[in-house]
Design a protein around this ligand. Structure first.
Ligand code: ADP
Ligand code: ASP
Ligand code: MG
Length: 435
C-alpha cells in the first residue's frame, strides 16, 4: 500500500528570497523519506506586484504594465542568481517562457472582464516560484515531480474567486497523483490557481494557497497537512497588531473556522472545511523554528480557550432605509440579498431596525458602489468606510474594554461566545490656537 501522504504548504514569507528558499530546502531534507505534496505560493509580495501589472494594463497603460512586469522578472532573476552557483539553463528558459507569455497578453486589448485578465496575469507568481523551488530541490538531491495545479484543481469561471468543482478535482487528483508519488517521494505544485472547463486559469481568492493545500489534502485523504508560517502557530491575536499574544497549542476546527472567517489571517478561511470533512489534522508551524510543535487543529481539541481577537480591516457599513418610511419587511430583505449576491458583497454583520437595514461588508473594488446603485430605486443608502471589524471569541470585559479604547463603536453584536464590534478611530480633536 502507498505510504500515506502529507501535504505541506509554504507561503510567500517562507520563499521571500534566496536564503528563505534554502531554509525551505533544509526543512524538506528532514522529510526526504516521506511522501509529500508540497504547495508553494508566489515568493514574498510578488502577487501584490502582479496586481499592479494587471491594474496598469486594465487602466489602458500597457507600457507601464510591461515595465512593472520587467521589474518583477529582474528581481526573480536576482534571487535565482543568488540561489544557484550556476543557474540551470532549463530554469532560465522556463521562466522566460512564463514572463513572455504574460508580456504577449499585455499586447492584446483587455478582455471585457477585469477579473478574467487579473487571473491570467496574477497566476504567474505561483508558476514562477514552483519552477524555482522544484529546480532548487532537485539541486540539493530532493527530486520532485512538478505538477501544474491547473491539471488537478477544476473550478467554475468565477474569476478571482474560482469555486472548486469537487468531483472533477477529486477524480483528477486520485488518478494522476498517486502514480507520481510512487515514482518520487515529492510532488511540488502551486497554490492559489485552478482551471476552468474552457482551459482558462482562475485564482481562488487572495491568500488562497492554504485552501489549495486543503483541496489536495482532501483529495488524497492526507495523513496531515502543515502550513509553514513566520509565526510559532496560531496566536491569540495578530502579533503585528497586538502585544502580549500567546500561542494556542490546540484548536478545534470550529474555533479555527470562526476566527479565520473574521480575519485571523494566519489561515485562509476556506481551508478548514475540507480538512474537517475528512478529519485531517492541520499543523500551523514555524519555518523559523521548524522543530517546534506549532498549533494542532483537530476535532477533539477541548473547549477551554483564552480570549482570541481577529481584526478585519477595510470594512464598509451600509445603512439602507426605505424611501417611504415603510418597515423593512421580508420581501425587502429578499430583494437586498439578491443584489448582495449579484455584486458579490461579502457580509460580515447585519442588524435591522424598523425602517433600516445595516450590513457590514468587506470593501472590495467598487462592489459597494455597484450595490448602492442597484438598490437606489427603492432605498436610501449611506455608507461609512475605513472601518474595522473586531471579533473576540471567548471575550472578557477587560479585553473588550481595552479594545474599545480610542475607538468609536458603530455597531456591536454579542452571542454567548462571540462579541463583534465595528469601529473607527476616534478623530483626534485639536484645540484651535487662540491668536
Ligand atoms: P503566508 O506566508 O503563508 O502567506 P500569512 O502572511 O498569510 O502567511 O500568515 C501569517 C501571518 O498571519 C503572520 O505573520 C501574522 O501577522 C498573521 N496573523 C493574523 N492573525 C494571526 C493569529 N491569530 N495568529 C498568528 N498569526 C496571525
Ligand atoms: N500568492 C497569493 C496571494 O498572495 C496566494 C497566497 O499566497 O496564498 O494572495
Ligand atoms: Mg499569505
Amino acid at each position: 500500500m502507498l505510504q500515506q501522504t502529507k501535504v505541506f504548504k509554504f507561503g510567500g514569507a517562507s520563499l521571500r528570497d534566496a536564503s528563505a528558499i534554502r531554509n525551505v530546502g533544509n526543512i524538506l531534507q528532514k522529510f526526504s523519506s516521506e511522501k509529500l505534496v508540497i504547495i508553494v505560493s508566489a515568493m514574498g509580495k510578488t502577487t501584490n506586484a502582479l496586481e499592479e501589472v494587471a491594474n496598469s494594463y486594465w487602466q489602458g497603460n500597457p507600457a507601464a504594465a510591461k515595465e512593472k512586469l520587467t521589474a518583477i522578472h529582474a528581481s526573480v532573476t536576482e534571487i535565482i542568481q543568488e540561489l544557484f552557483a550556476e543557474v540551470p539553463e532549463s530554469l532560465t528558459a522556463s521562466l522566460n517562457d512564463l514572463f513572455v507569455s504574460v508580456e504577449w497578453a499585455l499586447d492584446e486589448a483587455p478582455n471585457e472582464e477585469y477579473d478574467f485578465d487579473y487571473d491570467q496575469i496574477v497566476s504567474l507568481g505561483e508558476l514562477v516560484s514552483s519552477h524555482i523551488v522544484a529546480t532548487y530541490l532537485d539541486r540539493i538531491g530532493l527530486s520532485t515531480n512538478w505538477v501544474d495545479a491547473r491539471d488537478i484543481i477544476q473550478t467554475d469561471n468565477t474569476y478571482r474567486e474560482g469555486w472548486v468543482k469537487w468531483p472533477e478535482t477529486v477524480t483528477r487528483a486520485q488518478s494522476q497523483l498517486p502514480p507520481l508519488l510512487e515514482q518520487k517521494n515529492f510532488i511540488l505544485t502551486q497554490g492559489f490557481i485552478g482551471n476552468t472547463s474552457e482551459n482558462y486559469t482562475t485564482t481562488l481568492g487572495r491568500e488562497g494557497s492554504d485552501y489549495s493545500a486543503a483541496i489536495f489534502s482532501y483529495c488524497l485523504d492526507a495523513e496531515s497537512m502543515s502550513i509553514w508560517k513566520d509565526v510559532p502557530g496560531v496566536l491569540t491575536a495578530d502579533p503585528r497588531l497586538f502585544e502580549h499574544v500567546t500561542k494556542i497549542d490546540r484548536l478545534s476546527y470550529k474555533e479555527a473556522i470562526e476566527m479565520t472567517y473574521y480575519g485571523a489571517k494566519v489561515i485562509h478561511p476556506k481551508t478548514i472545511k475540507p480538512l474537517q470533512n475528512k478529519s485531517i489534522p492541520l499543523y500551523v508551524r514555524s519555518f523559523i523554528e521548524p522543530d517546534a510543535p506549532g498549533t494542532l487543529v483537530t476535532d477533539d481539541a477541548g473547549d477551554a480557550y483564552p480570549p482570541m481577537v481577529a481584526v478585519e480591516k477595510d470594512q464598509a457599513l451600509i445603512n439602507i432605509s426605505t424611501r417611504d418610511f415603510s418597515f423593512v419587511a421580508e420581501h425587502h430583505i429578499k430583494e437586498l440579498f439578491g443584489h448582495i449576491t449579484t455584486t458579490r458583497l461579502q457580509v460580515n454583520m447585519m442588524q435591522n431596525t424598523a425602517i433600516s437595514f445595516n450590513v457590514v461588508v468587506n470593501d472590495i473594488d467598487d462592489r459597494v458602489e455597484r450595490f448602492c446603485a442597484l438598490v437606489n430605486e427603492h432605498f436610501k443608502t449611506t455608507v461609512d468606510r475605513d472601518l474595522e471589524l473586531i471579533t473576540v471569541r471567548h471575550y472578557t470585559s477587560e479585553v473588550v474594554e481595552s479594545l474599545r479604547r480610542g475607538k468609536v463603536n458603530m455597531l456591536e453584536g454579542r452571542l454567548p461566545l462571540t462579541l463583534q464590534m465595528v469601529v473607527k478611530d476616534v478623530p483626534v480633536m485639536r484645540r484651535k490656537k487662540l491668536e
